[in-house]
Design a protein around this ligand. Structure first.
Ligand code: ZN
Ligand code: ZN
Length: 127
């Protein structure tokens, strides 16, 4: 498992209330803000979801949207910025269409989802 605990990561207690089991697990969530629509920047990959897969996200798309607790299919690679860190870099996370459309809102992204740099000069636009 990737260890990407950055300075903006916060530990939350998550209680899973399953009918047969009650367990509390610690998951690290990163608060990010959806900045879709602040730019029309594009990249050389066929989509931002492809870009996410290619530059560290993984060969397969995750089963679910990156927002904690959301169980919709990821449909778009959304641009986000980390909250509460000095890092103003732009990142891509796979979100469902509903969360992808919520521009300007903050989201808690599970730590099991990789934040992939949206900076094309560091990724697909690299010379
Ligand atoms: Zn790309
Ligand atoms: Zn979602």
């Amino acid at each position: 498992m990737l260890n990407a605990h950055g300075p903006g990561s916060v530990q939350y207690e998550i209680t899973h209330n399953l009918p047969y089991d009650q367990t509390t697990t610690k998951e690290t969530l990163t608060k990010v803000t959806n900045i879709n629509g602040t730019s029309d920047n594009t990249c050389k990959c066929s989509s931002w979801l492809e870009h996410w897969k290619k530059y560290g996200g993984g060969s397969e798309l995750p089963k679910w949207c990156a927002e904690k607790g959301c169980v919709q299919k990821p449909e778009a690679g959304a641009h986000v910025q980390k909250d509460s860190t000095a890092d103003r870099g732009w990142y891509i996370v796979p979100l469902c269409s509903k969360h992808n459309a919520e521009t300007g809102k903050s989201l808690d992204v599970s730590d099991s989802t990789k934040l992939v740099s949206a900076n094309v000069s560091e990724t697909c636009g690299k010379k």
